[in-house]
Design a protein around this ligand. Structure first.
Ligand SMILES: [Zn+2]
Length: 243
């Protein structure tokens, strides 16, 4: 059997069981895959069922994540009607038009006209390309300003949809940001930018690195805990763009 039905706070939730060469059973929840149980080969269904049952209290604390995974199933393939960007509080209305020959996105002030074959795959690809360009311009302007303000020069900026990685800074001081940052609140985005800018001085997560970041971002702890809270992150980013 590969699936168990589990009752969490009166809701029936499915748990996908995956048998692998691991040493013990673990439960995990991700917004896009829901509840999963990893188990060593040779463990019986009865043992797995009682393991899940033994973790009822933990499961009950995860209702927000389980709710997000239901939302993912509902919305991952439905075309978005608007993009709400937390970074600059702008809202773009998305209008979908059929166009087989020249798929493209056209922006008119606060409206995005998406010409596509109507498939979620193509619309996602088109909107992601548009987001990269918008992010390059707007995130780019902000990180340049922060860099100048704090005298932390960097070598160049690129955008990349890394899986749940918000930014990186190479040894040559080239910074890469995840364009999905656009959906997060501005203070969080600036925290990520400052984090990467501090790496131009300290190429590690040493005490000196954290001390510098704390100097530049006095709200460092609140911002770090926001980024650690998967349910907070995903409730800002539309499921259509989740990895
Ligand atoms: Zn880092």
């Amino acid at each position: 059997m590969n699936e168990f039905m589990v009752n969490v706070k009166g809701h029936t939730v499915s748990c996908q069981v995956e048998r692998r060469s691991v040493s013990r059973m673990t439960l995990k929840i991700t917004p896009s895959k829901g509840l999963q149980c990893l188990s060593p080969h040779g463990v019986s269904d009865t043992q797995i069922a009682s393991f899940i049952h033994a973790n009822q209290d933990w499961l009950k604390k995860q209702v927000r994540l389980l709710g997000l995974s239901e939302q993912f199933c509902r919305e991952h393939n439905s075309l978005p009607e608007q993009l709400q960007l937390g970074f600059d509080n702008s809202i773009f209305i998305v209008v979908h038009e059929r166009a087989h020959r020249s798929p493209r996105v056209q922006r008119t002030s606060k409206q995005l006209q998406v010409y596509s074959n109507g498939s979620a795959v193509q619309v996602r690809q088109l909107l992601k390309s548009w987001i990269i360009v918008y992010a390059g311009e707007h995130l780019g302007a902000r990180i340049n300003a922060l860099s100048t303000q704090h005298q932390l020069p960097f070598a160049g900026l690129s955008m990349g949809f890394a899986k749940m990685r918000w930014g990186s800074c190479r040894h040559d001081k080239a910074i890469r940001l995840n364009p999905l940052l656009l959906f997060l609140p501005r203070p969080i985005v600036e925290h990520v930018m400052l984090h990467e800018l501090c790496h131009t001085v300290h190429h590690n997560h040493s005490k000196a690195f954290w001390a510098l970041l704390e100097e530049l971002d006095p709200n460092i702890n609140a911002h770090k805990s926001f980024l650690r809270d998967t349910s907070k992150l995903y409730s800002h980013i539309p499921p259509f763009f989740w990895p």
